[in-house]
Design a protein around this ligand. Structure first.
Ligand SMILES: Nc1nc2c([nH]c(=O)n2[C@H]2C[C@H](O)[C@@H](COP(=O)(O)OP(=O)(O)OP(=O)(O)O)O2)c(=O)[nH]1
Length: 201
């Protein structure tokens, strides 16, 4: 039986995929809801370069705070449109619980993905969108990928490298990441819903 980090609630089986750092999780008093949305299409991943605010200078999916009266799914659609100009049939695929010592709340981030989108991708005040090549994409997509850079993990939140492979593989995942005030990752844990075994009968 796995012991889940404080803040992670899941009623079912999870398989541990990453675990490391210090011994003790940071305390937190309350949490706020956020969203983060990723478009994965034809061997490519759409990220945005964050031009202002929290996480400035990092590449990320498109997202932000869930407003009062909104569901996370509604907020994810609104933030995607506000930050990149597009809409998409977003599907919920994960939860990231994120704690930073000098912020008075923990972040509960619902993570969404889509393989289609509508509209024209535009640069906005907050984000500069850019496509990146997926690792190990299938041969038919390589033309689309040829001028693209790989996913820029060196310029992303330091926990993303642990859960991004799960997102790209359409796995459902949950995890927690604690940071220090300088943006260094201090402790992390990620788990995934086990894949249904293929029935070989
Ligand atoms: N990929 C990734 N995203 C994270 C991590 N931590 C974290 O807060 N985020 C995301 C969640 C949100 O999408 C975003 C923070 O939201 P934000 O400050 O941009 O919120 P917002 O757009 O509502 O803010 P604002 O326009 O009101 O200034 O950063 C992390 O470790 N990895």
């Amino acid at each position: 039986m796995l012991t889940l980090p404080p803040g992670i609630i899941f009623d079912g089986t999870l398989e541990e995929v990453a675990n490391g750092g210090e011994n003790v999780w940071l305390p937190y008093d309350r949490k706020k809801l956020y969203t983060n949305a990723f478009i994965i299409r034809n061997g490519k991943l759409l990220l945005g370069y964050k031009k202002r605010g929290f996480g400035k200078g990092l590449y990320n999916g498109f997202g932000g705070k869930v407003d009062p009266g909104e569901t996370p799914a509604q907020a994810a659609l609104r933030e995607l449109k506000e930050e990149s100009g597009i809409t998409a049939p977003l599907e919920h695929c994960g939860v990231l619980f994120f704690v930073v010592p000098d912020i008075d709340h923990a972040f509960h981030i619902d993570i969404f993905r889509a393989e289609e989108y509508d509209g024209t991708i535009i640069e906005t005040e907050e984000m500069r969108p850019q496509w990146f090549a997926l690792p190990n994409a299938d041969a038919p997509t390589q033309d689309e990928q040829k001028d693209l850079q790989p996913i820029p993990f060196d310029h992303m939140w330091k926990d993303d490298v642990y859960w991004m492979p799960l997102l790209l593989a359409s796995r459902h995942f949950l995890g927690r990441a604690d940071f220090d005030t300088e943006g260094n990752l201090k402790k992390w844990w990620f788990g995934a819903v086990p894949q249904t075994p293929v029935d070989s009968r």
